[in-house]
Write a protein that binds this ligand. Structure first.
Ligand SMILES: Nc1ncnc2c1ncn2[C@@H]1O[C@H](COP(=O)(O)OP(=O)(O)OP(=O)(O)O)[C@@H](O)[C@H]1O
Length: 279
């Protein structure tokens, strides 16, 4: 193509001319000492639906199956991962980088709360700073021989989640919803974002789906009837689980005992994650 006809938009032109520029690859390189087999992002359309809970419990499930798992807490303004694992000490560094803190059963965790002087201090930073912190959790932290690294993604589709999506090479995402959400719209946004980034969606987990009556065992749908199946069908996604709203679960999380929770309702989700390596 001659210079005068050049639109300078190489994405729509196949000409291999001297002024050609390839699309920029935003993926950040992990720490040279890191070895991570698979990275799974856990996303939700809004806060408080149990994204951090599902992230932590997936790491617990895969850890129980004999894999070395890690959790990268990218939810910088609402970091709840250390609390559910009952870890309060600071992450330390060495000549290679930042060393994640290990939970009781050996899950590696990094979170802004493990770096702050006071874990109760609010994080009042602007978007680009938050996005850079998350990026550093990938580039500066030594993730040693981790089979599955779960990323508790920041909510929404703004600056921060976009940077995370672009800089960390995710092998798949799990979408967490709750019945009262505008499920179809939220899932549609997550699906579009994942498609734009070329990231496979492993499936959807519906949290707080029902409460089981302790006397008769009946399932009560406190947040209304679920539209999960129809939504999953509409977007061609797998339903990976329906988690009950269970006071024992929140009590164990508040006490820092996420590793003691039995999660039969997450086994399909764990199977799907495991399939990434087993095929
Ligand atoms: N299925 C459940 N049963 C009982 N409690 C639950 C359940 N799911 C989540 N919770 C509780 O609800 C609260 C919010 O959950 P969580 O922090 O996982 O949500 P989130 O989507 O990550 O929120 P945020 O975006 O604000 O970080 C926590 O106290 C958690 O223990």
């Amino acid at each position: 193509m001659s210079e005068e006809n050049c639109s300078h938009d190489c994405s729509s032109c196949g000409e291999s001319c001297s002024s050609r520029t390839e699309p920029q690859d935003f993926l950040a390189k992990p720490n040279p000492q890191s070895k991570i087999d698979r990275v799974i992002g856990v996303v939700s359309g809004k806060g408080g639906v149990g994204k951090s809970l599902v992230t932590s419990l997936l790491a617990v499930q895969l850890n129980r199956r004999g894999y070395h798992t890690g959790v990268l807490d990218a939810d910088v303004t609402g970091p709840s991962i250390p609390k559910v694992f009952g870890i309060h000490q600071h992450a330390m560094g060495n000549e290679n980088g930042i060393v994640p803190v290990k939970t009781r059963t050996g899950i590696d965790v990094i979170s802004v709360n493990l770096l702050l002087e006071d874990e109760n201090a609010p994080v009042v930073w602007r978007g680009p700073i938050i996005a850079n912190v998350v990026k550093q959790f990938w580039t500066d932290v030594v993730w040693k021989d981790v089979n599955y690294l779960f990323v508790d993604m920041p909510p929404g589709t703004g600056d921060v989640p976009l940077t995370v999506f672009q800089s960390i090479p995710l092998d798949g995402i799990v979408i967490v919803t709750s019945p009262q959400e505008l499920v179809s719209m939220i899932v549609s946004k997550a699906v579009s974002m994942a498609k734009m980034m070329n990231i496979p969606i492993l499936g959807i987990v519906e949290n707080m789906s029902y409460v089981k009556c302790p006397d008769c065992g009946k399932e009560i749908t406190v947040f209304g009837e679920s539209h999960l199946e129809q939504t999953a069908q509409k977007f061609g996604l797998k339903v990976l689980g329906r988690c009950p709203l269970d006071p024992k679960v929140s009590a164990e999380c508040d006490a820092g005992n996420a590793e003691d929770i039995e999660v039969p309702w997450l086994s399909d989700a764990a199977d799907e994650v495991e399939r990434l390596t087993k095929g």
